[in-house]
Design a protein around this ligand. Structure first.
Ligand SMILES: [Zn+2]
Length: 260
């Protein structure tokens, strides 16, 4: 895989552990060494079952374990980032209360990660596509304020879906990046983690991932790329198109190079 990516013209990879991340140390280290040989930095996507908003004092510990487990695999792979979905925002508590609760859980997880020797691995809470999920831009920025090592994973398809298609022009992307810079500073903005795909949405937000063939839902990537170049950022951008991730990632890469 790393060799394929290198030859194809891509230069990073996110290992998907969304549906669970059971892997032996031997396999993880082997993937890591192949990736290093090809010069492909890896990030790890933690399981989707994580819910930092879970009030149940037993069940919340499962979310701790999922994140720490993903960090363990990342550690073996030599991956530097672990991406996770913050959780659910449905229920009777206000979103503010839920966010505050999730922030305090995240703080505990970071303490455990440091104690386990995973302090070099960056945790990245992701912006989510469904409105009833925790993870609009503001909530993710609040989560990232818990520790200065945290970097947001800005999923622009998700943000576009939960805001009913608000990302159209370069100015729209600029406004998102301005907000991140304002809250977290330029240094964290520059090395942002991003997910990008066209996503179909309803009034509830995300419905399903599409490919760059889509001309209805967007977002289109050109404005984002122009803004990344203009700001001289060096983010990690992962394309999550439905089945054409490599082709569409390459299209973004070419758009990036064409502006250099
Ligand atoms: Zn994700």
């Amino acid at each position: 895989m790393p060799e394929y990516l290198r030859e194809y013209g891509l230069d990073t990879f996110e290992y998907s552990g969304g549906h669970g991340l059971r892997m032996s140390e031997k396999t993880a280290r082997e993937i890591g060494s192949q990736a290093q040989k090809a010069g492909i930095p890896i990030s790890v996507h933690a399981p989707y079952f994580i819910n930092l908003a879970n009030e149940d004092s037993e069940k919340i510990l499962n979310s701790h374990r999922y994140i720490l487990g993903a960090m363990q695999v990342a550690f073996w792979m030599g991956a530097r980032r672990v991406i996770f979905h913050p959780g659910s925002a449905s229920g009777s508590r206000s979103r503010q209360e839920i966010t505050a609760y999730a922030c305090s859980e995240l703080k505990k997880i970071i303490q455990q990660a440091d104690a386990a020797g995973f302090g070099e691995i960056t945790l990245c809470p992701e912006t989510m596509g469904k409105i009833n999920q925790l993870g609009d831009l503001e909530e993710v920025l609040l989560l990232c304020s818990v520790d200065e090592r945290l970097i947001p994973c800005i999923d622009l398809g998700h943000l576009n879906a939960r805001t009913q298609g608000s990302l159209r022009t370069q100015a729209d992307f600029k406004a998102v990046l301005d907000r991140i810079e304002n809250d977290l500073g330029k240094e964290r903005l520059d090395r942002l983690h991003m997910h990008f795909s066209h996503i179909e949405y309803t009034e509830m937000g995300e419905k399903r991932h599409l490919t760059f063939e889509d001309k209805v839902f967007g977002p289109e990537h050109q404005g984002l790329i122009a803004e990344i170049v203009r700001r001289k950022m060096y983010p990690t951008v992962i394309c999550e198109s439905a089945g054409t991730q490599d082709q569409d990632a390459l299209e973004m890469k070419k758009a990036y190079w064409s502006l250099q």
